[in-house]
Structures are given as structure tokens and as C-alpha cells.
Design a protein around this ligand. Structure first.
Ligand SMILES: [Zn+2]
Length: 506
């Protein structure tokens, strides 16, 4: 047998001004051909699982492309076309099955709000009879086009995502059973009009836990696969929001009943999917009090500037939380990373030990939320200059080499600020330790983080305070002007069918 296996992953924040060219999809753009195989073989990702399954079957494997870009604005159409062409060319040559590791929330600039569905329709057009298995992220915005142009779809059931490999394994193994004639997958999907917020999608707690568990229950009861998607809300497309896919062995009625059950769990708890922030001034005042009470051995207090989290597509350079912290007289703060290549350049030219006054951060405008970049004038000393590279010690992405670009530690009287050339999610203590800052010894850590601080920084912290700063990852829906989203939708509107909430199924 011959299998085509590929990856195309991007979560598009349509409000983000951060561009997404081909180069964003890997160290030199997405991996191609044999390079894609070498890069992804052995990884705990869906495509890693697809490769393992194919090798167990002794299948010939073709990997035209594998690319993963961090969340940012709509994808460059030339990059998208390249992915589609590479995958379609291999599919058109003929194969026994196609396995695709996709995200499910890709928007392509001036082209399509449904990057994955459009790709799948193209693949099906060139290879109409070839079975297709797809893995999706929990933050997928599922569409009819995705479902009708594939045979098996499975999504992550965890956030933070720790079941990527298992999801690929599930989708891939159901497709293999189908190829061998052991099962006849029937796939149905549906959505509910809830624009859930990613801050409320932690699958370890609350309504999201119940919703994910409902999908697990359906699988235990005999479905081939059941997936409960939270959706990605920072996407101004019709199908943004919560959805569910269920696959059974030949039993459409059972699949529909199970789908309706999972969606009803989400609908009945819809208030629990909405995050409500306290005003920034109040959050900082609370953090300051916690700081006064803490002992040295307690560990730092985390200030979580979640609206400016780059893993949500934000610019990672807004200064509002630091400004408020300094206004309220806080000190002993480690901040980072802030992305500001211009400041890095100026500070490296000044050299270690130099005292400099310069505008820091606020270099990118955010037209979609009507905000101009607002740099903050700071005076401080260049403490350290590094190449910004470090190896992640875990527990997530363990062993992966992280590259922040050239990096500077700039210290004012109150704060040590890590300034980088590239976007960098604070998913490891290495963002501080690699530049000589011991995060356990600071009173406060200001992190541009939303979810990934949990396994890394929470265990060393005394406490954590969510800070409603400014950024295109904000959970304040009033900042965003949705023009293409289907309406009505909760919580933006309240006039719709309150009985089921369901607004599309098939
Ligand atoms: Zn995700």
C-alpha cells in the first residue's frame, strides 16, 4: 500500500496584524519531501502517529510537506497554494489512503475562511475515491466542507494539548480498519452557537471538562471516534465556535444521537465558557497586596498578560500591564519576553553596561481593534545580550530547541525586561534562565501567557493574577468587530433557539 501523509497547521487570528508567510511554517519554511519525514518521524504529534501506523503496515510513505506556524494573522495565499499544490500533486499520482495533520482554524488572506475544508475539497477532486483521515486541534472551527470531503476526523480532547499523538493514532487507525473492510465509518457533525473563550477551555476544569468527557463517554459506548471542539473564537468567519464530530460503525442514527448529546452538554453550561476579567487597575492592586504578604521562599506572583499572548496571535509587545504595575509602585519584576527587534538592535549597539533611554514595545499597530502601538519610554541598563537560544526542559515540548532571536535583558530600577527579536511563548523557564534571570527569586513575573504557564510557572509560583492588558488575544468581545460570524451567537446575542441551540448539523 502507498500512503500520502502531510501536515498543514495554523490557527489564524483574523484580528492579528502579525503576518503569516511560508517562512513561518518551519525553520526555512515548511519541511518538504524526505525532510518532512525526518523532521516529524518520532514526534508526539498526529503526523508522527500517522507515520508510525503506516510503517506498522509496511506501507510506502510519501510526505510531500509538513508545516506548523504559531498563531498569527491570515495566511499568505502563496504559502497556502504551495501546501495545496504539494499535497494534491502527490494525491493525484495515486495512493491507497491520505492522512492529514491539520489544525481546523486556518484562514487564508483574501481567499478562504476555511483553509482546511478548501484543501480537503481540492484533494477529493483530484483523488475522489481515496479514503482520507484528518486530525484536528481542539480549537478547530469545523465546517461542512471539512466533513463532507473526508472519511475520518478526530480532534484533540485536551487543552493544553497533551494528546496530539493519540488523536493521530485514533483517526489513522479507524481509517486503516476502513481500508481493511473491518468497519464502515459514518461521520456526522454539528455546532452550537457558542463563541467560547480559550481561557475557559482548560479540559481539566469546569464545563470544558464535562464537554470533553461527554465525547470520551460516547467513545466508551462504542463510537469509533467522538470529538468535542472548543473552537477558536478570534476568527471572524461564519463557523467560529463550538462543534462536535461523531463517527460510528455504520449507524447514522446512533451517531446523530451521540452528537446531540455532546452538544447539549456544551449548551447547558454555556455561561461557563465565558471569561470575565476584572479591571487591570484592580488586578494589579490585588497582585501588589499578594506581593507584600509573600515571603522570599514563596516563589513569585505571576502577572498574566493574556490578551497579548503570542500563542493566540498577539503582537507580544503591548506595555499596558507593565505601565500599570510601575504606576502602582511595584518592583522586583521580571518581564518577558517582549518582542521588539528595533529596541534589541539599539541596546546591542549600546552594549552591556550602557545606560539607555528608549521607547520599548508598542511597535505594532492593531487596526482590527482600533489600537495604535504605544511604546513605553524607559531608562535602564543593558544587563545581558544573548543569541536567544535555549533547550526546553519541559514538561511540555521537552528537548525542543527554542529560538528567540537576538535577546537583551534591559533593567530599570523596578524591572528586568527580556526583549527579543522573535515571538516567543513563555512556555519554559528558559525564557528567563537562558539570559541569567532566576525566576524563582523574583517577586513578580509578568508573562504574556494564557494557558502554557500552567505546567511550567504555576508550580514555582505563590500565586497568579490574570491581567486584562491590551492585545488581539483579548477576552473582551466588545473590542472586536465581527462581520462574517454567523449570528445570533452566545454571548454576543441572546435571541435564538434556546431549546437546543443547535444551528447546523449534517
Ligand atoms: Zn489549540
Amino acid at each position: 500500500m502507498k500512503f500520502v501523509i502531510a501536515q498543514m497547521e495554523h490557527e489564524t487570528n483574523t484580528f492579528s496584524p502579525v503576518p503569516t508567510p511560508w517562512e513561518s511554517f518551519g525553520p526555512n519554511g515548511a519541511y518538504l519531501g524526505a525532510e518532512a519525514y525526518r523532521a516529524m518521524k518520532g514526534t508526539r504529534t498526529p503526523i508522527g502517529a500517522f507515520i508510525d501506523l503506516a510503517e506498522k503496515e509496511n506501507a510506502e510513505i510519501v510526505t510531500p510537506v509538513a508545516g506548523f506556524a504559531y498563531p498569527s494573522g491570515p495566511v499568505d495565499p502563496a504559502a497556502y497554494d504551495r501546501f495545496c499544490d504539494l499535497i494534491c500533486e502527490e494525491a493525484a499520482k495515486g495512493c491507497d489512503a491520505i492522512f492529514l495533520d491539520l489544525h481546523g482554524a486556518m484562514v487564508v488572506k483574501d481567499r478562504t475562511g476555511d483553509g482546511e475544508g478548501t484543501l480537503l475539497a481540492k484533494v477529493r477532486a483530484v483523488s475522489p475515491d481515496t479514503p482520507i483521515a484528518v486530525s484536528l486541534d481542539l480549537h478547530a472551527n469545523v465546517t461542512e466542507q471539512m466533513v463532507s470531503n473526508s472519511d475520518v476526523i478526530a480532534g484533540y480532547k485536551t487543552y493544553p494539548h497533551i494528546d496530539m499523538y493519540e488523536t493521530g493514532e485514533l483517526a489513522g487507525s479507524v481509517l486503516l480498519r476502513y481500508l481493511k473492510g473491518e468497519v464502515k465509518p459514518v461521520m456526522v457533525w454539528g455546532n452550537v452557537p457558542i463563541l467560547a473563550q480559550t481561557l475557559k477551555m482548560n479540559t481539566d476544569e469546569g464545563a470544558m471538562k464535562d464537554y470533553a468527557n461527554a465525547a470520551r463517554q460516547v467513545q466508551r459506548d462504542g463510537a469509533l471516534a467522538a470529538s468535542a471542539f472548543g473552537g477558536f473564537p478570534m476568527a471572524d468567519i461564519p463557523q467560529a465556535g463550538m462543534s462536535t464530530i461523531v463517527i460510528t460503525d455504520g449507524d447514522r442514527a446512533a451517531a446523530e444521537t451521540a452528537r446531540d448529546y455532546i452538544l447539549s452538554v456544551a449548551w447547558s453550561k454555556k455561561e461557563d465558557f465565558i471569561w470575565r476579567d476584572e479591571p487591570l487597575e484592580q488586578a494589579i492592586a490585588k497582585a501588589k497586596l499578594l506581593g507584600q504578604a509573600k515571603q522570599m521562599a514563596d516563589g513569585p506572583i505571576l502577572l498574566l498578560d493574556h490578551p497579548d499572548n503570542c500563542a493566540t496571535g498577539a503582537t507580544q509587545d503591548t506595555m499596558h500591564v507593565l505601565k500599570e504595575a510601575l504606576r502602582q509602585g511595584m518592583n522586583d519584576i521580571a518581564v518577558g519576553p517582549i518582542r521588539d527587534p528595533e529596541a534589541v538592535d539599539i541596546l546591542i549597539k549600546a552594549g552591556v553596561g550602557a545606560q539607555v533611554t528608549l521607547p520599548v514595545g508598542g511597535k505594532m499597530d492593531m487596526p482590527a481593534i482600533n489600537r495604535k502601538g504605544e511604546p513605553m519610554e524607559l531608562t535602564g541598563v543593558v544587563r545581558a545580550i544573548t543569541d536567544g537560544e535555549y533547550t526546553i526542559t519541559g514538561p511540555q515540548f521537552t528537548g525542543v530547541r527554542a529560538m528567540m532571536g537576538r535577546t537583551v535583558v534591559f533593567s530599570t530600577d523596578a524591572a528586568d525586561i527580556v526583549i527579543t527579536e522573535r515571538l516567543q511563548e513563555p512556555w519554559d523557564v528558559g525564557v528567563f534562565t537562558s539570559v541569567g534571570i532566576d525566576p524563582t527569586r523574583k517577586k513578580f513575573l509578568l508573562l504574556k501567557s494564557r494557558m502554557y504557564f500552567r505546567p511550567v510557572f504555576l508550580p514555582i509560583a505563590k500565586d497568579a493574577v490574570y491581567c486584562d492588558g491590551v492585545g488581539v488575544g483579548s477576552s473582551d468581545w466588545t473590542m472586536f468587530n465581527y462581520e462574517h460570524l454567523r449570528r445570533p451567537i452566545y454571548p454576543l446575542d441572546d435571541a435564538f433557539d434556546a431549546a437546543t441551540g443547535q444551528n447546523q448539523t449534517s
